[in-house]
Design a binder for this molecule. Sequence first.
Ligand SMILES: [Zn+2]
Length: 117
Amino acid sequence: MLKAAKLTKLRQRLEMEKERIEGHIIELEGMLRLEDREISSGEDDADVAARVVSYNGLIALLESEQQTLEEIEQALRAVQDGSYGRCVVCGSDIQLARLEARPYARRCITCQERQGG
Ligand SMILES: [Zn+2]
């Protein structure tokens, strides 16, 4: 079980991380809208091709940030219902060092290594 003080610290980190990612998502969405306009108004094929590459890169980045945001939100819900810090696969406590490195980890190291990702 996590000590209350540790839990509070981890929750604060989750909230800060959530804010940072939400800000980044808004930024990425703004950049995507801009690229979108440039692509539809582009006349030079090479220029359009280059922009499509950067557009796809932005989409990939946006999706990965949204995925992380989802994981953070799940972790914050787990803090509220008291299941935070427990591996969702085997139910054992997730190592504190692992939570400190990645506060939204949902699996212990053993399950993580077994399943990958
Ligand atoms: Zn596990």
